[in-house]
Unconditional design. Structure first.
Length: 136
């Protein structure tokens, strides 16, 4: 009979731990706001809302010598390396220029650390890449 008494306690404890872990993850999800310089270009990569598992909108502004760049081709590749029991995951989003900002939709399919490459091709045909990561 004592074994039956311990099982409900363990079930309640497991539920509490899961709720706390989920709450901690939701409270720590933040909007992204990164700035970087690459070959004389300044890139501002950001989201307007906290990142979530699922669809996220990202925005990019590019400048060179204080002037906005509106003729670049911009995309980002988010990926998570293969791990035991989990395949490699990748999502590429191509940005569209809207109101002077490049906007793209990226689906982050699970929590964890996502590495990303922000790439932009300028009018001279050169491709520039900025690398970083985000925690979800």
């Amino acid at each position: 009979m004592q074994k039956h008494n311990k099982i409900p306690f363990l079930g309640s404890l497991l539920k509490l731990v899961c709720i706390l872990a989920l709450s901690f993850g939701l409270l720590n999800a933040q909007a992204i706001d990164l700035k970087g310089d690459k070959n004389g270009y300044q890139a501002h990569f950001y989201s307007k809302k906290s990142l979530v598992v699922g669809d996220n909108y990202f925005f990019v502004t590019l400048t060179k010598d204080g002037k906005e760049l509106t003729n670049a081709k911009v995309k980002a590749k988010f990926f998570m390396p293969e791990m035991p029991g989990m395949p490699y995951m990748e999502y590429v989003g191509k940005a569209k220029l809207i109101d002077g900002k490049y906007k793209m939709l990226i689906n982050l399919s699970m929590s964890g650390t996502w590495q990303f490459h922000l790439m932009f091709k300028t009018a001279d045909g050169k491709v520039h890449k900025i690398r970083s990561s985000v925690n979800l």
